[in-house]
Ligand binder design. Structure first.
Ligand code: PMP
Length: 425
């Protein structure tokens, strides 16, 4: 199907055929969901051995009784787990509770309100501050900025990460830009892995940015590969060390999509100065994290090999679901001008761009036919996709058969929305 070359008559005929096909789907009263990126029950079951793993032995290697209060920055063996996950030094890791999003919010709150390196460094001292958001991006990052009253500036994603020419120009020009959100590996939602050059240029931003600039490096999918020879992400902290910009990047990760999503362990990796500032804040919120869960995780995933082996189990479950999405898109749209997408090599999403002005209609049609998709626009700051194109597909939870069924509906909805838009233009 090529809409740009189609005559009005052809478009009208397609519209009639697609509307019939759509009505047949509506009559089936489906109830399918491709919305949030969370693990399926089968994936969660891969970690059920966590339950009971301690067999009454609550002592950490250094003798800490994990049942008690204390240990604000986490157990040494849990730091090692975070280090294995992010490829960094365990001394530079703080281990929190179950959610890296909580840590991201708390670090941003600290930077904004209290200052990560003393009260003089608080962003609020500079009035309205801004953050760069590569788009499409992760909606919950945007919500954090919105909650704290931080203005968001969208910068486009490329196949190699954020458009660094634009990022550098913006950062040089405006000292009130205080940082940038990044999901450097298998980015949510595009699946892009930042290139070595992008990582290098991001590490160097601290040299051209205004004061107290912090990149939030959300490495949520660091080990979530779907292919045998996965791409490697360069270590941003090593690059920062070379540029002398160690304070300008703060890395986050968690076991949310490794073990039990609601009962995992989250990590911050940052310079000693940033960790000191954050711990000062954290110590006012808590006497210490859940160290029992930390030690359960350390025993379950004692080294990098165990971690990577465990991740293969996830990949086996996820691969056929991603294949179902990509096969459906290739079959329906490879020879068309109806949309673009990328084939991710890991992560949780497939990002699909419709023709301009068709995403909202596609999502609405799918919802009315019983297939829930993430709201169009959700991947942009303030929920506004200026071109109304991007749709995030999250296939991890439904069964393979359900993904196939949902994609049949998706394809019809994209076609119908696109043909109607073309007819109206
Ligand atoms: N960051 C990204 C990029 C995510 O996609 C998600 C979950 N969808 C999170 C963070 C949430 O992580 P956590 O469960 O550790 O809060």
């Amino acid at each position: 199907m090529q809409l740009d070359q189609a005559t009005q008559e052809q478009l009208r005929q397609w519209e009639t055929e697609l509307a019939d096909e759509y009505q047949r789907i509506v009559n089936q009263k489906l109830n399918l969901d491709l919305t949030r990126g969370k693990p399926s029950p089968e994936q969660l079951s891969l970690s059920d051995a966590l339950d009971g793993i301690l067999k009454g032995d609550y002592k950490a290697a250094d003798g800490t009784d994990t049942r008690n209060y204390g240990g604000l920055d986490g157990l040494p063996e849990a730091k090692q787990l975070g280090a294995n996950l992010m490829g960094v030094d365990p001394e530079d890791v703080l281990v929190g509770g179950n959610s890296s999003l909580t840590l991201m919010f708390q670090v941003m709150l600290t930077a904004h309100q209290f200052g990560l390196t003393g009260a003089d460094s608080a962003w609020k001292n500079e009035g309205n501050v801004k953050f760069l958001c590569p788009v499409p991006g992760y909606d919950r990052h945007h919500t954090v900025c919105e909650q704290l009253g931080i203005d968001m500036i969208a910068v486009p994603m490329t196949d190699a990460g954020p458009d660094m020419d634009k990022v550098e120009a913006l950062v040089k020009d405006d000292p009130r830009i205080k940082g940038m959100w990044c999901v450097p590996k298998y980015s949510n939602p595009t699946g892009v892995v930042y290139s070595d050059e992008t990582v290098e240029r991001i590490a160097a931003l601290g040299k051209i940015a205004g004061p107290n600039f912090r990149v939030f490096w959300d490495n949520a999918y660091a080990v979530h590969d779907l292919v045998d020879n996965p791409p490697e992400l360069a270590c941003v902290m090593k690059a920062c060390a070379q540029h002398g910009t160690e304070d300008s990047v703060i890395q986050f990760a968690s076991t949310s999509k490794i073990t039990h999503a609601g009962a995992g362990v989250a990590f911050v990796n940052a310079s000693p100065a940033n960790l000191k500032g954050f711990k000062q804040f954290l110590g006012t919120c808590t006497i210490g994290p859940d160290k029992v869960n930390q030690i359960r995780h350390s025993r379950f995933l004692p080294n990098r090999d165990a971690l990577m082996k465990h991740m293969q189990g996830h990949a086996e479950l996820l691969k056929p679901r991603f294949a179902a999405v990509l096969d459906a898109l290739n079959e329906a749209f490879a020879e068309s001008d109806l949309g673009n997408w990328q084939e991710p090599q890991g992560g949780y999403f497939v990002s699909f761009d419709t023709r301009p002005g068709c995403a909202q209609d596609t999502v609405r049609l799918a919802a009315e036919a019983g297939v829930k998709l993430t709201p169009a626009g959700a991947t942009f700051p303030y929920g506004q996709d200026p071109e109304d194109r991007n749709i995030r597909i999250a296939p991890s939870v439904p069964s393979v058969e359900e993904v196939k069924g949902a994609m049949k509906v998706f394809v019809v909805c994209v076609k119908l929305a696109s043909v109607r838009k073309q007819l109206a233009s």
